[in-house]
Write a protein that binds this ligand. Structure first.
Ligand SMILES: *[C@@H]1O[C@H](CO)[C@@H](O)[C@H](O)[C@H]1NC(C)=O
Ligand SMILES: *[C@@H]1O[C@H](CO)[C@@H](O)[C@H](O)[C@H]1NC(C)=O
Ligand SMILES: *[C@@H]1O[C@H](CO)[C@@H](O)[C@H](O)[C@H]1NC(C)=O
Ligand SMILES: *[C@@H]1O[C@H](CO)[C@@H](O)[C@H](O)[C@H]1NC(C)=O
Ligand SMILES: *[C@@H]1O[C@H](CO)[C@@H](O)[C@H](O)[C@H]1NC(C)=O
Ligand SMILES: *[C@@H]1O[C@H](CO)[C@@H](O)[C@H](O)[C@H]1NC(C)=O
Ligand SMILES: *[C@@H]1O[C@H](CO)[C@@H](O)[C@H](O)[C@H]1NC(C)=O
Ligand SMILES: *[C@@H]1O[C@H](CO)[C@@H](O)[C@H](O)[C@H]1NC(C)=O
Ligand SMILES: *[C@@H]1O[C@H](CO)[C@@H](O)[C@H](O)[C@H]1NC(C)=O
Length: 530
């Protein structure tokens, strides 16, 4: 489930819906109106979008969902308590629209809110869960995005109660709806990450995807201040990389919509947004005026090789191999044994970087074949891949000829993003990420953790603390938990950052100093965390 390499995945206390990944075996793809149109929606918009999604090749490429966001309901429920649509905006009604969407080959999805009003002030679902679920089902809807505005009290427990109830209601339907949960977004970016991670612990048990953090900037939100739109993409990217341990077949972290017709982003920035989201196996939900999309935009959004990365059967979220002020390098395994290499140039200049085979976890001597998924061209390499990228561009390569891989990459504190760093004197610290070999770690199937700069040594706990040492013995093996804790086999204590030094201490509840991101492919223990 976690990776090809992992011989013994431990699963404790797993409930639906990750128990039933058939509800959504790969991340959803499609359209949503919100970021582009907010409340300026109507029947014509959805009809014309549906037609264009079909005629411009989106459905054939896998984008098979038309989802409606906030502002569709009438301001009041019907006298009998049922929700209804705004008849001015949707003169033929939502069942008619669902039928239209279906007739063109798409699924139809809807938006509501867990509280007593939607974010836009329309009736919420609180206290009406069963009735509203049946209404959606009757209308021909098979996907619900449930927002989290107007939930009182706004505690983690209250959100869990309501989303848990919705999970029960939705899975009891004859055809369980796909459930997109916005709950984590209401806890992201707070003073510490504890409550956010507590929400993240349960969303994979209740639904198929979760909007984990801030909304991507809506159209024209920052006027012509172009840099702010790219910052918005990078902000959501930055939240996503903290959460890879939660993703597994049937549940997907959702960093929000693709926004491919924002004139404030360059073509390279739009392509990066798409390639990064695909590398994460994130939902690919387009918010745009689809009939008006430029041909070159349609072309990259329907790139079958990149969509195949997003929809890969392992649905792994690529993780960071390295990061410095200019380049982020990411990798993950693919179902057919290939490896993904994704390189983002965050810098302001065209720049060149090299990524060695060892850094992306390739075991063996090569040669390997790298297919550039933008151009379709393949090239051979043995020891390293060199790539030159314009500012804010992303290179994305499918590496084949791979015999075996080992989970390899950064280990970082998810609260402050400092990288675990090996030193020649065997000390281990947390410092600014610099993409050196001292910050690239290999994680063995037995739980040994070695830096690429000293691969024969392991992260080990001794009476003096945590440092590099011999790889033998249980004090040099660790288990990784979905809570983000790295637990020492000998002591049962958690790795902890204290004053930028690696230490071990009694495990707390998802404490900022004890939650780490590890490379994809590491065996994640999913304990009974709820
Ligand atoms: C429908 O919504 C679109 C997008 O906001 C808008 O351009 C169009 O004028 C609207 N059409 C009607 C008939 O209101
Ligand atoms: C329907 O939407 C229109 C346009 O936004 C609004 O003026 C009207 O009040 C809405 N009607 C109802 C019944 O909510
Ligand atoms: C309420 O009335 C609407 C419109 O007639 C109908 O579609 C819906 O099924 C009714 N709801 C209930 C709970 O009877
Ligand atoms: C929502 O619930 C809260 C708390 O129960 C209440 O104060 C508020 O008036 C409610 N709002 C609406 C629109 O019903
Ligand atoms: C984390 O933040 C919450 C709420 O802001 C607070 O109650 C809690 O004490 C904080 N935890 C730590 C370990 O500081
Ligand atoms: C942004 O620039 C365009 C083109 O120069 C201009 O038409 C538009 O009014 C500007 N918008 C804002 C909010 O400044
Ligand atoms: C290219 O990136 C490297 C690594 O971040 C950096 O050291 C170098 O200064 C960059 N060159 C340019 C021209 O920005
Ligand atoms: C994979 O293994 C075969 C047979 O041992 C060897 O010839 C080839 O070079 C290896 N490939 C890589 C990429 O290590
Ligand atoms: C470490 O602990 C895990 C979980 O208890 C266990 O599965 C694994 O075999 C242990 N590894 C070693 C090397 O003792």
């Amino acid at each position: 489930m976690a990776a090809l390499l992992v011989p013994s995945l431990v699963l404790i206390g797993v409930h639906a819906s990750i128990e039933d990944p058939s509800i959504s075996p790969t991340p959803p793809m499609g359209f949503n109106d919100w970021s582009r149109f907010e409340c300026a929606i109507n029947q014509t918009l959805f009809v014309e979008t549906t037609d264009a999604m079909l005629s411009r090749g989106f459905l054939a490429a896998g984008y098979n969902r038309i989802n409606i966001d906030d502002c569709w309901p009438a301001h009041e429920r019907l006298p009998n308590g049922s929700l209804t649509w705004n008849e001015t905006l949707f003169p033929n009604g939502l069942p008619w629209l669902a039928n239209y969407v279906h007739s063109k080959g798409f699924h139809f999805g809807i938006y509501e809110d867990a509280g007593n009003a939607t974010c836009g002030g329309y009736p919420g679902t609180l206290g009406h869960e069963q009735l509203d679920a049946e209404t959606f089902e009757n209308w021909g809807i098979d996907y619900l995005k449930l927002d989290g505005c107007n939930v009182f009290p706004s505690t983690e427990q209250r959100y869990q109660d309501i989303y848990g109830e919705w999970h029960q209601v939705l899975t009891a339907l004859q055809h369980p709806l796909i459930f997109s949960e916005s709950a984590p977004a209401y806890f992201a970016g707070t003073r510490n990450n504890t409550a956010w991670y507590e929400v993240m612990d349960w969303v994979p048990l209740y639904g198929e995807l979760a909007r984990h953090s801030t909304d991507i900037a809506v159209y024209d939100y920052y006027g012509n201040d172009s840099a702010k739109y790219w910052d918005s993409v990078m902000t959501n990217y930055g939240f996503e990389v903290l959460l890879a341990r939660y993703q597994q077949p049937g549940y997907y972290n959702d960093p929000d919509f693709i926004i491919p017709d924002w004139p404030w982003l360059t073509l390279d920035e739009h392509k990066s947004h798409f390639a990064l989201w695909a590398s994460f196996s994130a939902p690919l939900i387009i918010s745009a005026w689809v009939p008006g999309l430029a041909d070159d935009v349609v072309e990259f959004l329907t790139n079958t090789d990149i969509i195949a990365i997003d929809q890969d059967a392992l649905t792994l979220q690529a993780t960071l191999v390295s990061s410095d002020e200019n380049f982020d390098v990411l990798t993950k395994n693919l179902a057919n044994g290939d490896r993904l290499l994704t390189v983002l140039n965050k810098g302001d200049n065209t720049n060149t970087t090299s990524v060695t085979a060892a850094r992306i976890g390739l075991v063996g001597d090569g040669p390997y074949t790298a297919k550039d998924l933008w151009t379709g061209e393949s090239s051979a390499f043995t020891s390293e891949m060199k790539t030159t990228l314009s500012t804010h561009a992303t290179g994305i390569y499918r590496i084949s000829g791979v015999n075996a891989t080992i989970p390899t990459g950064m280990i970082f504190n998810t609260a402050n993003k400092r990288c675990m760093t090996a030193h020649q004197n065997a000390h281990v610290t947390f410092t600014q990420c610099d993409a050196s070999d001292a910050q690239v770690w290999l994680v063995s199937a037995q739980g040994g953790i070695s830096p690429l700069s000293a691969p024969s040594m392991c992260l080990a706990q001794s009476s003096g603390g945590v440092a590099l040492g011999s790889c033998s013995g249980s004090s040099a093996t660790w288990t990784y938990h979905v809570t983000g804790n790295l637990i020492n086999n000998a002591s049962g204590q958690c790795l902890q950052e204290r004053n930028q030094h690696a230490k071990a201490a009694t495990c707390g509840v998802e404490l900022d100093q004890q939650v780490f991101a590890l490379p994809s492919g590491v065996d994640v223990i999913r304990g009974n965390v709820v």
